[in-house]
Design a protein around this ligand. Structure first.
Ligand SMILES: [Zn+2]
Length: 414
């Protein structure tokens, strides 16, 4: 029996690797992986590195296949916009066959298998299915969380799946996984961003939104209230506010946004190739296909606005794909003020006392005095994205338009 080897690159605080130094290149990571089967460097705000290490070692011990897991800061010699994938390919070239799982701090987790009985596509698809199911089991609370699971958690799910015939977990295992505290990054992990002062005052923002609304009314030839009829549900109904004040969402670099968009589009592509299951809602499937196509188009534009668009479209597509197979989850609607905040959970009024409402995340609906609008760097003073004139501002990244994917496909690089 070939022993399972789990290599998890250890957190900087781990004493186990203090002596060997911090691996910041592919060769250094390879050397640590050869030397120490357990190595974790970054767990991206999901808690205790030693706990992740222990859990992954236990999960890997059930496999008869070599396994390498690297959860690391981006190595300095990995410069592509797909760092996790690039790292996996280069580790495989140095370490030989096995199951490889890698995530850098600025990319989503990737899994691949070479020279084993596992296929990369099957492992990937099984992972997405299991994560979807775990999110369902976590119920409504998961809808307020960042949609990307912590890499340590995701790696454990993959190893658990690989140990099971047919790559499926039973309900008991899924339930156990859904209760783990390290399962998803918590907003508290990003609390250090809280002191960053917003670069735009709320009054300015309101002016901007009013400008946008005027634009919508004048140039699209529609009235705001007419538009509301086919607008997402979240725009009209305002669910009860969560009892606690939400922390500021994660601030992401343009590189991480692009890497995330790539990864989530990959995930959507894998889901859409999945022929299993019965399609109960063909219209949802059509919407997922449009979103997939539009996300690909957006990513090819290679600019930050469009990268954000590709990310949101991938999330819309993923949700519609679930709905096409019978999921009762609502369609994905992002936070209008900043689509990078994730899913809208309520709506907020944009100009005091009026009926104009837009979808908003928990943070934006809790924190009107500390807005965090999406700002796309351009010449001149910073302005929220919705004060520009392009397909992204006109649709609010799909939050105020039901034909987002079609608009992106129609307007292309506008
Ligand atoms: Zn928000």
């Amino acid at each position: 029996m070939v022993c399972a080897i789990v290599a998890i690159v250890a957190l900087a605080s781990s004493t186990a690797h203090a002596a060997t130094g911090y691996a910041d290149s592919v060769d250094a990571i390879t050397a640590q992986l050869k030397d120490d089967p357990i190595l974790v460097q970054q767990i991206l705000g999901s808690g205790d590195a030693k706990l992740v290490h222990r859990r992954l070692r236990a999960a890997a011990s059930k496999l008869d296949t070599p396994v390498y897991v690297a959860l690391v800061s981006r190595p300095r010699d990995v410069r592509t916009d797909r760092p996790s994938r690039d790292l996996i390919v280069r580790l495989h070239a140095r370490l030989g066959d096995g199951i490889f799982i890698a995530a850098t701090n600025d990319d989503l987790l990737q899994v691949a298998a070479w020279g084993t009985s596992y296929s990369s596509a099957d492992l990937s698809l099984a992972r997405y299915r299991a994560i979807d199911r775990i999110k369902e089991l976590r119920g409504n609370s998961a809808r307020h969380e960042f949609s990307v699971p912590a890499p340590g958690f995701e790696a454990e799910v993959i190893l658990d799946l690989a140990a099971r015939p047919g790559l499926t977990l039973d309900d008991k295992q899924l339930k156990t996984l859904s209760k783990q505290s390290l399962s998803f990054p918590s907003n508290e992990a990003n609390a250090e961003h809280d002191e960053d002062p917003p670069s735009t005052g709320f009054t300015t923002m309101i002016g901007g939104v009013s400008g946008l609304l005027a634009f919508l009314v004048l140039f699209r030839g529609i009235s705001w209230f007419g538009a509301r009829k086919d607008a997402p549900r979240a725009m009209i109904a305002a669910p009860a506010r969560p009892p606690h004040k939400s922390s500021k969402p994660e601030t992401m670099s343009p590189e991480r946004i692009r890497a995330l968009a790539h990864s989530e589009l990959d995930a959507l592509t894998v889901r859409m190739r999945d022929q299993s299951g019965t399609i109960v809602d063909p219209e949802a499937l059509e919407r997922a296909q449009s979103a997939l196509q539009a996300a690909g188009r957006a990513l090819s534009q290679k600019n930050l606005s469009a990268d954000v668009g590709a990310l949101v479209l991938s999330r819309i597509g993923a949700r519609e794909s679930e709905r096409s197979r019978g999921s009762r989850a609502a369609s994905y609607v992002c936070c209008f003020l900043n689509p990078l905040h994730g899913e809208a959970t309520s709506s907020i009024s944009l100009d005091h006392g009026s009926h104009l409402r837009v979808p908003a995340c928990a943070y934006c609906s809790d924190s009107p005095a500390e807005p965090d609008p999406l700002i796309i760097p351009r010449p001149g003073p910073d302005r929220p994205y919705y004060r520009q004139n392009d397909v992204w501002s006109r649709t609010g990244y799909g939050s105020i338009a039901s034909d987002f994917a079609e608009s992106v496909l129609r307007e292309g690089a506008s």
